[in-house]
Design a protein around this ligand. Structure first.
Ligand code: ATP
Ligand code: MG
Length: 260
């Protein structure tokens, strides 16, 4: 069963350059599918269009052409409200997504409060939900009353993941979720994401510029070069027998996970 289908998606931006407006093509007829429970790794250099694609999949940015479907339903202005809670993002900067004035208990349960505003939720039940969410990301209840600045980058990203899990999403869109973290901390968060996927059966779109990370986590890999998918296939196939010159360059540019 196909969870996410991206079909011929294109996007451009207009930019003012000196005295004229120039068209900047960002994505050119990008297509891929992600079967339920699998991870598609999207890899490419800075500026290749990865985040733009993530935002289009999440329904945060509109494509010029093409379509994204979730379980066969087109993601557009009329359907996004119903689909949004089933698909959650985790972004690169762990601090940016956390309001510094909110306690962890409120941060991780905010999605529950927003999406179930009709139902009454007691303070005690929200607290219990927050404790369970924290436990699922390897943190304990002592974090509940604390503020984001009291945590390390890795812990902040765990809090972001707990928040993303609050509505029990089927899909996570992970846009460079560990790029801001030290290597050893990044590895722990990656292992957490892997364990959560196995436990909860979620489908991942995992974005990174790091070939070793993508190789470690992905079922399949799509390689994006200047807005075009130049190669897509099973992870080991792509890494051991890359067909595109660009993929070979990415593989050569990055050490293996063990030596990173
Ligand atoms: N809102 C915007 N307005 C104009 N141009 C944009 C906008 N967002 C992105 N771009 C341009 O689109 C191109 C792709 O950007 P994008 O952020 O998708 O790349 P990326 O692969 O995520 O890069 P990185 O690895 O640095 O995160 C870049 O040239 C960028 O300058
Ligand atoms: Mg990006």
């Amino acid at each position: 069963m196909i969870r996410i289908a991206v079909d011929e998606v294109s996007k451009h931006y207009e930019r003012q350059a000196a005295l004229r407006r120039v068209t900047v093509p960002v994505l050119d007829r990008v297509s891929f599918e992600i079967p339920r429970g699998q991870t598609l790794g999207l890899v490419g250099e800075s500026g290749s269009g990865k985040s733009t694609l993530a935002r289009i999949v999440l329904g945060l940015v509109e494509a010029d052409a093409g379509q994204v479907r979730m379980d066969g339903v087109a993601v557009d202005a009329t359907t996004i409200a119903g689909l949004r809670r089933r698909m959650q993002p985790v972004f690169q900067d762990p601090a940016a997504a956390l309001d510094p004035r909110m306690r962890v208990v409120d941060l991780v349960t905010e999605p529950l409060v927003i999406h179930r505003s009709g139902a009454r939720q007691s303070r005690a039940s929200l607290r219990q939900a927050a404790a369970e969410l924290l436990r699922s990301v390897g943190m304990d209840a002592s974090a509940l009353e604390r503020y984001p600045h009291e945590f390390s980058g890795g812990q902040k990203q765990r809090i972001n993941i707990a928040r993303a899990l609050a509505l029990r999403p089927e899909i996570l869109v992970l846009d460079e979720p560990v790029s801001a973290l030290d290597v050893s901390v990044a590895a722990q968060v990656i292992n957490l994401l892997r364990a959560l996927q196995q436990e909860l059966g979620m489908t991942y779109l995992f974005i990174s510029h790091s070939m070793p990370l993508v190789r470690y986590l992905s079922t399949r890999i799509a390689v994006l070069e200047q807005g075009r998918i130049v190669e897509i296939g099973e992870t080991e196939e792509v890494c051991q027998r890359p067909r595109a010159a660009y993929t070979r360059r990415l593989l050569e540019a990055t050490p293996t996970l063990e030596t990173a």
